[in-house]
Ligand binder design. Structure first.
Ligand code: DP6
Length: 322
């Protein structure tokens, strides 16, 4: 009747940008990510047999409007699979600033999928849990697993994430929180616009498989600089694709560009550091765990009171308690 799950955000090194099917949340391409070990989301789902609608809260604040609608639609899907008409109460505690491109929906829906499926009595395999989480938010399919994860494009049955072996490759990420407010345009709408109007979208879809193959090979040989170069160029291509939309989708601000300069300067100075950027202005710097202090120092020197989050590789979703 009640279940609590915890999940961590993930950052894509080969991005997901654009859906092949909106209703089923099927991506146009495969993507590949690193699950983080910071900023987890903890979600408790409790069935409430007396209630006539789902209710949800975020750190004690009731969810309303589109946010609540998205959670309710997801809960309906889980309830339907369980053959139940019972409504649920969802309590979510999230440590990450929402809407800032820090992938909060990935951790959120991975935790919700795990807690809700357990509360409704569904015993799902990790693969089926990933397929379910995908319906809440595409990137949530990846947060079901820890470490490096590939999410497959495909049909409803075939589109799930799975972990990738990465012996000897230790990755860390320094997140520069350059703006923690809500983003100008949500990624869902921005993807839709990119797919519908960017003449570069076809090229994006065509280029991802080759980038993924190269990334898989770089991971297999634990080649951090190749992993970083591929991740950085993939992120630039994703943003180039959305800049081609009408009207253009631009998440960068002046600080974003300045942070890219910091990362480039790190490399010139012999620090292996590579940038990736999601649907927001923040820059995430991929590096070796032993380089995070040097990278953080450089970012602090460039941006006086910037908030920095330092992460290593984190675990997949898990159910807490009995
Ligand atoms: C830029 O998974 O948030 O972070 O499926 O519409 O919920 P929806 O989108 P979402 O998009 C993530 C986009 C990205 C790239 C990535 O994480 O791969």
């Amino acid at each position: 009747m009640s279940s609590t799950a915890i999940a961590h955000p993930n950052i894509a090194l080969i991005k997901y940008w654009g859906k092949a099917d909106e209703r089923l949340s099927l991506p146009a391409t495969d993507s590949l990510s690193l699950t983080l070990d910071i900023a987890p989301t903890r979600t408790t789902v409790t069935l409430d047999p007396g209630a006539d609608q789902h209710v949800a809260s975020w750190s004690g604040e009731p969810m309303t409007g589109r946010e609540l609608e998205r959670v309710s639609t997801f809960l309906d899907l889980v309830a339907e699979r369980a053959g139940s008409r019972t409504r649920a109460v969802v309590e979510t505690v999230n440590e990450i600033p929402t809407g800032a491109g820090l992938a909060s929906s990935a951790a959120g829906f991975a935790a919700l999928a795990a807690a809700a499926s357990a509360a409704y009595g569904l015993a799902l395999s990790p693969r089926d849990l990933s397929r379910l989480a995908r319906r809440g938010s595409g990137s949530a399919a990846r947060s079901v697993f820890g470490g490096l994860v590939q999410w497959h494009a495909g049909d409803d049955e075939g589109s799930f994430a799975e972990p990738i072996e990465a012996p000897g490759l230790e990755l860390a990420l320094v997140v520069a929180v350059l703006a923690a407010g809500r983003k100008a345009i949500g990624s869902r709408e921005a993807m839709r616009r990119t797919v519908a109007t960017s003449p570069f979208f076809g090229a994006w879809v065509a280029s991802v498989p080759g980038e993924l193959d190269a990334m898989r090979a770089a991971i297999a040989r634990a080649d951090l600089s190749a992993v970083g170069e591929l991740a950085e160029s993939n992120a630039m291509r994703m943003h180039a694709t959305m800049l081609g939309a009408v009207p253009p989708v631009r998440y960068w601000n002046a600080d974003t560009v300045a942070a890219l300069d910091v990362v480039a300067q790190c490399r010139r100075d012999g620090i292996e550091a590579y940038a990736t950027i999601d649907a927001g202005p923040n820059v995430k710097v991929l590096c070796r765990p032993e380089a995070t202090t040097a990278v953080a120092d450089r970012l602090r020197a460039a941006f006086a009171d910037v908030d920095l989050l330092v992460s290593g590789s984190g675990p997949g979703v898990r159910i807490l308690g009995p």
